[in-house]
Write a protein that binds this ligand. Structure first.
Ligand code: MG
Length: 254
């Protein structure tokens, strides 16, 4: 009896496995690749730079030597590979729209002031949307004004600040808002920000100019210089570069 039982069990197992094999082979034999029919241009080859350094297609805005890519730098000093304000903001000579932007910054090691008065600067996209630079290491201020904030519009998701004097990084993706010919917005702008590699703005919608004394209001604009703020504090900057974002133009089927 036992022998008969074993045989029946083995037979069932054999039949089951055979069935799986036939199904698997069958599905392989009849599967056909799906293709969209869209003809995409081949993605360009970009050689990544050293960690934090500019990739091969980057526009280098400051490499530690001079501020020749900027206007208004007469009161800025360049020393030890870093640029630092002693008065006045600087603006890129070129205008930029959508871009991937990298910058490294350090607030003064010697702490003075508090709140917004401590290591304050900022990076403005579209000439008017500020990603706040501030010493936010154990330094409270209003949340939508601390480091990594889209100023007065959205606080950072977390506070990823390093200590005063330490180098910090921002990697920012800026998508400019789009306006039609009548000046009406047709596509919002967005910012995504990594602070020291930590996500602090996740595709955050730009609501308008980020002013201290007024609510954000959107006004039509095109590509604009990127600005670095002078707010009375000698914040240091280095290794500034960007990559302009160009979307591919595929050929779509009729
Ligand atoms: Mg600021």
């Amino acid at each position: 009896m036992r022998r008969t039982h074993l045989n029946a069990h083995s037979l069932r197992k054999f039949v089951l496995l055979s069935g799986i094999a036939v199904l698997a082979f069958g599905s392989m034999a009849v599967s056909k690749e799906w293709v969209s029919g869209i003809i995409w241009p081949e993605p360009a080859v970009v050689v990544p730079g050293p960690v934090g350094g500019p990739p091969s297609d980057a526009i280098v805005l400051f490499d530690g030597k001079d501020l020749s890519q900027w206007n208004g730098a007469d009161k800025w000093v360049v020393e030890d590979g870093a640029a630092s304000p002693r008065g006045g903001e600087i603006r890129t000579k070129a205008a930029f729209g959508d871009c991937q932007f990298h910058i490294e910054w350090a607030t003064p090691e010697q702490v003075s002031g508090s709140g917004q008065g401590r290591g304050n600067s900022g990076i403005f996209f579209g000439g008017q949307y500020e990603i706040q630079v501030l010493d936010s290491f154990e330094n409270k201020t209003y949340f939508d004004g601390q480091a990594g904030a889209l100023y007065k519009s959205k606080p950072p998701l977390v506070n990823a600040s390093r200590k005063p004097g330490e180098w910090q990084t921002y990697d920012i993706v800026y998508n400019a808002p789009r306006f039609n010919e009548q000046g009406t917005i047709v596509k919002p702008g967005y910012v995504t920000v990594l602070h020291n590699g930590v996500l602090v703005q996740n595709h955050t919608e730009i609501l308008g100019e980020t002013a201290y004394e007024s609510p954000p209001i959107l006004k039509p604009h095109g590509p604009a210089p990127i600005r670095l703020q002078y707010h009375g504090n000698p914040v240091r900057f280095r290794n500034i570069w960007l990559r302009e974002i160009t979307e591919p133009s595929p050929v779509r089927p009729e």
